[in-house]
Design a protein around this ligand. Structure first.
Ligand SMILES: Cc1ncc(COP(=O)(O)O)c(C=O)c1O
Length: 394
């Protein structure tokens, strides 16, 4: 049976992250696990906190009946209420349980929102560089991804956003802390973005959805805090997950929370709940919903990520590689010494360092390193980066 043309094309253009990950597996088979410094994949390598394991043990021994069956598609009431408290606290909005839908990770949540709000040909804006899967998610629901240039320091430019807002604009995705730059957008720039979107609504009559994708909200360093976003714009929908903050990426648990001020909020919630069901998820995993309800204020100990970030940034600076100073997440976005990022990434590969070219994030001339890797990878790679740069300079 032939597969769909669009899927054949998408497989052919398989993501750079995946390509580099596969290359890493090949090199490891050839030279041994410890001879390859693989910074390609953003897969949390820290274990979930002990509170999670303790909660799971308690839940599996719970003899209450019916805990593994279907439930209301939006999720358990108690879990939705816990997530509403979390979002209200973090975003300074009056979100309640009825504004929350539990979903299958942030990826599932983004797809549910986009399916709910997009009409064919609608545009979704995103600031470059960006998480490349957004293109597929928007395309899944008949939308068109439209990229917007950042400020020189990878911030949001309200002027560039205003220029990109066409009558077809339905949403803008904001990811803070950002994959791949690690940048937290400051509250002032979120405020300016909110003002730009409100001005557009007043002029065009169309209220663009501010879709906040924040799986890295709690992974922030040096005492920084991810500022609230929803309080700065009426039509904000927050999508978050516990993939990174509790290291539960494989358990697929997240939530969608809509600001009560969203246009036609009741119809919107009805749409989100229906799409959660009809995309095939039916509801978010039951056991995980019951676990995270008790852990909405818990995160992993992020100090290992912070330690690796510090080793890596010092090592790269000493090697003469420029990078965007990361506030959070576990990525470092570095400037390729030559505009051809693929060529430089191949050069790093000669030194058995695996990175992802910036063009995999819509931003050529740069490359991404993920430091969700064991300490020995980071420590061992510093000397390799130095040697690679020395050879590159000739
Ligand atoms: C920016 C961004 N959004 C969404 C996701 C998907 O997260 P989840 O695993 O919770 O679906 C990722 C995963 O790496 C990501 O980096």
């Amino acid at each position: 049976m032939a597969i769909a043309n669009a899927i054949r094309k998408a497989i052919g253009a398989s993501s750079w992250i995946r390509k580099m990950f596969e290359e890493g597996a090949r090199l490891k088979a050839l030279y041994g696990e410890r001879a390859v410094f693989d910074f390609s994949l953003g897969n949390p390598d820290l274990e979930p906190p002990s509170q999670f394991t303790e909660k799971l043990l308690e839940l599996v021994q719970d003899e209450e009946l019916g805990t593994h069956g279907y439930m209301p598609n939006a999720g358990y009431q108690q879990t939705r209420a816990a997530m509403a408290r979390k979002v209200a606290r973090e975003h300074r909005v009056d979100v309640t349980a009825k504004h929350v839908v539990m979903c299958v990770g942030a990826a599932g949540g983004l797809n549910v929102v986009l399916k709910t709000i997009l009409n064919p040909g609608d545009e979704v804006l995103v600031v470059r560089p960006y998480f490349v899967e957004y293109g597929a998610y928007v395309g899944n629901h008949g939308g068109v991804l439209r990229t917007v240039d950042p400020t020189p320091d990878f911030g949001i430019s309200p002027e560039n956003i205003a220029a990109a807002l066409s009558p077809k604009a339905a949403a803008i995705i904001v990811n803070s802390p950002n994959n791949p730059t690690g940048k937290i957008y400051p509250e002032a720039s979120i405020q300016a973005l909110g003002a730009t979107l409100s001005a557009h609504a007043a002029k065009s009559g169309r209220r663009v959805v501010l879709l906040v994708d924040e799986p890295y909200r709690d992974l922030v360093y040096g005492g920084k805090v991810t500022p609230p976003i929803a309080c700065h714009y009426s039509d904000t929908i927050v999508v978050n997950s516990f993939s990174k903050s509790l290291s539960l990426a494989g358990e697929r648990i997240g939530y969608i929370a809509a600001a009560p001020t969203c246009e036609a909020i009741e119809e919107l919630m009805g749409g989100l709940i229906m799409c959660n069901r009809t995309l095939g998820f039916v509801n978010a995993p039951a056991l995980m919903q019951r676990a995270v309800a008790a852990l909405e204020q818990t995160t992993i100990d992020i100090s290992p990520y912070e330690r690796r970030r510090n080793i890596l940034t010092e090592g790269l600076a000493a090697a003469g590689i420029e990078f965007c100073e990361p506030d959070g997440a576990f990525y470092l976005f570095c400037k390729s010494p030559q505009s051809d990022d693929v060529k430089f990434v191949s050069h790093l590969k000669e030194h058995r360092i695996l990175a992802v070219p910036g063009q995999g994030f819509g931003y050529p001339g740069w490359f991404r390193l993920s430091y969700a890797v064991p300490d020995w990878v980071v420590q061992g790679a510093v000397e390799r980066f130095r040697a690679a740069m020395q050879e590159w300079r000739g």
